[in-house]
Design a protein around this ligand. Sequence first.
Ligand code: FEO
Length: 392
Amino acid sequence: MQKRQIEKHIYWLGAVDWDRRLFDSLIPLPDGTTYNAYLVEGSEKTALLDSVDPPMADELMNQLEHVPKIDFVISHHAEQDHSGTIPRVLERFPDAKVVVTPKAKGMLMDLLRIPEHTFITKEDGETLSLGNKTLKFIHTPWVHWPETMVTYLEEDHILFSCDFFGSHIATSDLFVTDQGRVYEAAKRYFAEIMMPFRSVIEKNIEKLRGYDIRMIAPSHGQICDRPAWIMDAYRDWVTGAPHNLVVLPFVSMHGSTRQMVNHLTSALVEQGVRVELFNLAVTDIGKLAMSLVDAATIVVGVPTVLAGPHPLAAYATFLANALRPKARFLSIIGSYGWGGKTVETLAGMIPNLKVEVLEPVLCKGLPSETDFEALNRLAAAIAQKHKENGFK
Ligand code: FEO
């Protein structure tokens, strides 16, 4: 794809990765992604903002073929899907300087072996003049690495936000056309990489309040030319109260745990609580992460195997602990054959979660009436907790 104009003297460059299905060998990308770079031509200087993932470097280099000069490469984030092609850009434009936060400088030297003399570091709030265009650098740490920043183009009121406000969707659309689709993809992305840093993200969003942002140009996905909705969505994900929702990741080996999951689901629905089930044998962990953004309660459905929790349930629990969702309650249900330490093992895996643990329900073999009654009590306890806290 050729470079595309966004505004006068401002262009989208980059690559659409239609085929990618996994990021960081971990995160599912059901809709592919894009790596967006941007070219800003001032009356005196030209800046390239970010680059592309190295496997797609040729696309960017072809787009730059007829660009006569680049004075500055703005690197918002050291992760290689945005920074990885900077060394090739520097080969083509050897006099260009790489503009970064002080923290990113060391990271790019480590990750890409870019020589130290190439860098210009910018403190929070500092600017860079391109002549008739001014780039203002706003430090926004932990989106989702410690070195991250965004750039506000003052004269055009455009925020170049890198991962912040981005979404993984491969499309030929330059601007958001389907807000619902982008909302879902952006929420998934927030859940997967930014949710653990909610308190810092909140400060970053607050920091942006003072700016007249008329367009957000992220480095993944489409450009928001009416950015209020995505900023409101982020505020809700970060600071909004949990919903009247139970997220129930589970795995079942011979059907006993599944029976318990089904029974608890019915009991919760009867009590007026919404439930989202995720069968860990087949689920997309991105969908699970997305549900964790809103859930008030997590219930893990887990059979005992090899004297402990099924590894898929242990994986989901590890993930939930790492993502630090705002859930307030947690319980464990499941079946065992003859014994084991399933509850103790899982309970020891959630030090990051600020949750009250509700009485687990474990049964031996197939669940009996007594076990179903215990599940009814768990459903009632969850409904009561949600009600007491005003979760809607
Ligand atoms: Fe899109 Fe954190 O890189």
